[in-house]
Design a protein around this ligand. Structure first.
Ligand code: UD1
Ligand code: UDP
Length: 372
């Protein structure tokens, strides 16, 4: 029998890497485990940025990102590549994270090798098959393949119970993103080293990010048009900073609609350290990101969610997040309200941490010791 339990962590995109990095480090530092990391590199530059920032490296790298990759491309190549790695390594457990296509392919590959699956950030649901697309189905399918569900919140646990998962297989741990965020914010960083755009930091900073598949095309056009009009209307008091996702579909629209606005700064994706610093300096966050809905409340920043539905209802309940959709009128109105109504702003700008206390990683590590 093996002395140490072998754990294979699988991820491939920026947000998975951010949320898995503290776990990789904690497991690697523990003598009970033999830790391996396999990345699909569904993202390339944006993944590498995170690996470097957290000082972690991959034992296996499928290097599979292609421009214009389709969902079935990613699924097929990740499944084949990951199954071969798992067949060779025969770990005691495979850990996947969240809801990307890498997540689902990783869980399916582990199932084909009859290796137990641990799902970190399990149990998030909108109940809408196509929103977010394909993430809602990725996480449901992953849930079916999972043996150990690491649910970030009690709501997530309830979702899993509702889906018929045995309570004994569910562990409420908090979200590892809060571990990552708190460790990173504590380290500090000089933003000027990373942002050379002429941002006037004395003004209100609106941090904008937008990348989701269901926002591609017309919805994103409306979101960016609303921001463009607000930037002009509030030119004296507002600076918009938008780190643009590497996806060419997103970059073309951002450039077309926001590229020539003086107080809108389109910048490259930022490393996690400067990005979390930027969040902490922002007046307001508008985003369709999943992770930022968890991070902004922890930093006391109001977050306006550029989606019709969210799988993260906790921040809505805590009053620090609001869904403003992806249409011109609702986006324009939602942002304008927080720029003009001090009471509404104050009502949202308070720290809340419904997603964790920064110790999720220790809990997952200790649970793995018990269950393996
Ligand atoms: C993926 C995930 C999504 C997650 C998001 C985080 C799926 C289906 N989607 O969406 O759940 O919220 O990542 O950002 O799993 N690109 C680069 N360099 C990079 C990264 C991306 O050039 O470092 C470009 C490539 O042209 C690539 C495209 O972006 O083809 C789209 O990447 P992909 O991973 O397919 O989709 P995302 O929209 O990033
Ligand atoms: N992020 C980052 N640099 C950026 C933009 C985002 O480090 O320029 C971080 C952010 O703090 C969050 C994660 O990336 O932790 C979110 O990634 P993304 O929006 O791509 O994916 P999602 O959260 O929607 O799955």
């Amino acid at each position: 029998m093996r002395e140490k339990k072998k754990i294979l962590l699988v991820f491939g995109t920026r947000p998975e890497a951010i949320k898995m990095a503290p776990l990789v480090k904690a497991l690697a530092a523990d003598d009970s485990f033999d830790t391996r990391v396999a990345v699909t590199a569904q993202h390339r530059e944006m993944l590498d940025q995170v690996m470097e920032c957290f000082g972690i490296s991959a034992d296996y790298d499928l290097n599979m990102m292609k421009h214009g990759q389709t969902l079935s491309d990613i699924t097929a190549r990740a499944l084949q590549g990951l199954q071969a790695i798992m067949a060779g390594e025969q770990p005691d457990v495979v850990l996947v994270h969240g809801d990307t296509t890498t997540t689902f392919a990783g869980a399916l590959a582990a199932f084909y090798e009859q290796i137990p699956v641990g799902h970190v950030e399990a149990g998030l649901r909108t109940g809408d098959k196509y929103a977010p697309y394909p993430e809602e189905i990725n996480r449901r399918l992953t849930g079916v393949l999972t043996d150990f569900h690491f649910a970030p919140t009690e709501t997530a646990r309830q979702n899993l119970l509702h889906a018929g998962v045995d309570d004994k297989q569910i562990f409420v741990t908090g979200n590892t993103v809060i571990d990552a965020l708190l460790q990173t914010v504590e380290a500090g960083c000089d933003l000027a080293e990373f942002i050379d755009a002429p941002v006037d930091w004395s003004k209100k900073i609106l941090l904008l990010t937008c990348h989701r598949r269901e926002n591609w095309g017309q919805p994103m056009r409306e979101i960016f048009s609303a921001v463009r009009d607000l930037a002009a209307e509030f030119a004296d008091e507002l600076q918009v900073v938008c780190p643009v996702h590497k996806n060419p579909l997103v970059r073309e629209l951002a450039e077309e609609l926001l590229g020539d606005c003086e107080n809108v700064h389109l910048i490259e994706p930022l490393e996690y350290r400067p990005f979390s610093k930027l969040m902490s300096l922002s007046y307001l966050v508008a985003t369709d990101s999943g992770g930022m809905q968890e991070e902004a409340p922890a930093l006391g920043k109001p977050v306006l969610v550029l989606r019709e539905v969210t799988e993260r209802p906790e921040a809505l309940a805590a009053g620090t997040a609001q869904l403003i959709g992806n249409r011109y009128d609702t986006v324009y109105g939602g942002i304008k309200r927080l720029l003009t109504d001090e009471e509404a702003y104050a009502g949202m700008a308070h720290a809340a941490n419904p997603y964790g206390d920064g110790h999720a990683v220790e809990r997952i590590r200790d649970i793995l010791k018990q269950v393996l």
